[in-house]
Each structure stands twice: as structure tokens, then as C-alpha cells.
Design a protein around this ligand. Structure first.
Ligand code: PGA
Length: 255
């Protein structure tokens, strides 16, 4: 098994570029260089802070990877307010969150757009973190697996096996995001194991290489039990990534 754990902080619409610099520096001081042997750590600040965080990471040789929270699929053009994949690649962005449930629900992103974004990110040698997950109604109606299957197949439409191996998926049950209600580790494992089987059925053995994360109210108290599950390769962390002390405890989940 070659999958390395990955924990990504999704700062959402929090932090000016000055605050983001401080958060990055504080987190760096709270971690040990050896921690990065066990886990890759990504930081996804708002667009306005990407350049500042990149500069801090590179100047101080920090081991964090830079992440973006969204992207447009076109290379350039008349798309007011959008950011092109090439612009992110030029900032050494490594991870791009695609299809977060907030983008789908609040901003109306469709699977058709999300599939284009996934391809655009891969074309620029960055790693998409595709977010999928069911609502509470869908879960209670027994439709969680069906929902994530539909999303994964639509959003990875047309990808090669190699591309699927490079990509990352974050299973984020919508009812667990920002609510303090975490999925039980065994329920998260059940869905994530199902996603890996789905990838195997469709793309073959490369499914063993695709990192699949859990997201939704991850915190220092629940991360260890989540990471102990065999198909769960890490976490996408919102609220608990904003405080460097708290996020450091999540990253060092084994301590
Ligand atoms: P949360 O957010 O950790 O605050 O629940 C997770 C996410 O939306 O990625």
C-alpha cells in the first residue's frame, strides 16, 4: 500500500492575508519536521492569501503544500471573478478542492462543471480533492451510497486510471459539515470503502493509490478513531483548522 496520509485545512472564507501568514507560521512552530514523514499537510487559504502563504512556505522551507478552494476550468477569458488553473499552478498550488458541498449548494455548481474542473486541475499537474457526500434526508432514506456513486462517476467522467490514482476524494456527509456532528468512524469507513470498491470496479487496481479523506466536524478528539479505519487516508478539516493549536493536534493525531 503506497498511500500516504493527507490532512488539509480548508480555511473557507476566513483570514486576511496577514492573518493567514500568522496562522501558517504558528502551525509550523507547533509541528515537528518528523511529523511530515507520517502525514502530508495542505493549507487552503482564500485566494487573496495564496501568494502570501506561498512566500512564507518557500522562504522558510516549510513542508506544507498549498491548496486552493476552487478554480474555473477555462485557461483565460471573460469570466469576471473567476481564477484559472494556470494561475494557481504558477503559485505552486498542489491541491485544489473541487465541488465542495458549499459550492454545490450555495453557488449552484453542477456535476458537469465539477467534472471540467477536475480535468483542468489534473491538466496543470495539480491534485483535485473532489468532495462528495449526502444530505441528512438522503442518508435517512438509505440513499448515501447511491448519491456518492452518482457524484464520483459524474465528476470523474472520462478520466484515465492514472488520473484517478493521482486524484483525491473527500467524503463529506453534508449533515456533518460545520455542525459538530461527526459521522461515526465505522459509517465513514463504510462509505469510503464503498467508494474505493467503486473506483476498483471502474478503473481497476489504481483504486489502491487514490487517497480518500473524511471531512465533517473533524477535531482533535475524533481524528485518531477516524484515521484508524483502513480505507480512510486523512481528513479535510474546516473549523478545527483555523486555530493553529487545534489544527496541530489534528495533524499529530497519533499523539
Ligand atoms: P468542518 O468543515 O470541519 O468545519 O465541518 C469541513 C469541510 O467543509 O471541509
Amino acid at each position: 500500500m503506497t498511500r500516504k496520509n493527507l490532512i488539509v485545512g480548508n480555511w473557507k472564507m476566513h483570514a486576511t492575508h496577514l492573518e493567514a501568514i500568522q496562522m501558517t507560521q504558528k502551525l509550523h512552530y507547533r509541528l515537528d519536521p518528523k511529523d511530515f514523514d507520517r502525514v502530508d499537510v495542505g493549507l487552503a487559504p482564500p485566494f487573496t492569501a495564496l501568494r502570501s502563504v506561498q512566500t512564507v512556505i518557500e522562504a522558510d522551507h516549510m513542508q506544507f503544500s498549498l491548496g486552493a478552494q476552487n478554480v474555473h476550468w477555462e485557461e483565460k477569458g471573460a469570466f469576471t471573478g473567476e481564477i484559472a488553473p494556470g494561475m494557481l499552478a504558477k503559485l505552486n498550488v498542489r491541491y485544489v478542492i473541487v465541488g465542495h458541498s458549499e459550492r454545490r449548494q450555495i453557488f449552484g455548481e453542477t456535476d458537469e462543471w465539477i467534472a471540467k474542473k477536475v480535468k483542468a486541475v489534473l491538466a496543470h499537474d495539480m491534485i483535485p480533492i473532489l468532495c462528495v457526500g449526502e444530505t441528512l434526508d438522503e442518508r435517512e432514506a438509505g440513499g448515501a451510497m447511491e448519491k456518492v456513486e452518482r457524484q464520483v462517476l459524474a465528476d470523474f467522467e472520462g478520466l484515465s486510471a492514472d488520473q484517478v490514482g493521482t486524484a483525491t476524494i473527500a467524503y463529506e456527509p453534508i449533515w456533518a459539515i460545520g455542525t459538530g456532528r461527526t459521522a461515526k468512524p465505522e459509517d465513514a469507513q463504510e462509505v469510503i470503502g464503498f467508494i474505493r470498491d467503486l473506483l476498483r470496479r471502474k478503473w481497476g487496481d489504481v483504486a489502491e493509490e487514490t487517497r480518500i479523506l473524511y471531512g465533517g466536524s473533524v477535531n482533535p478528539g475524533n481524528i485518531a478513531a477516524i484515521m484508524a479505519k483502513k480505507d480512510i487516508d486523512g481528513a479535510l478539516v474546516g473549523g478545527a483548522s483555523l486555530d493553529p493549536d487545534t489544527f496541530a493536534s489534528v495533524v499529530r493525531y497519533w499523539i
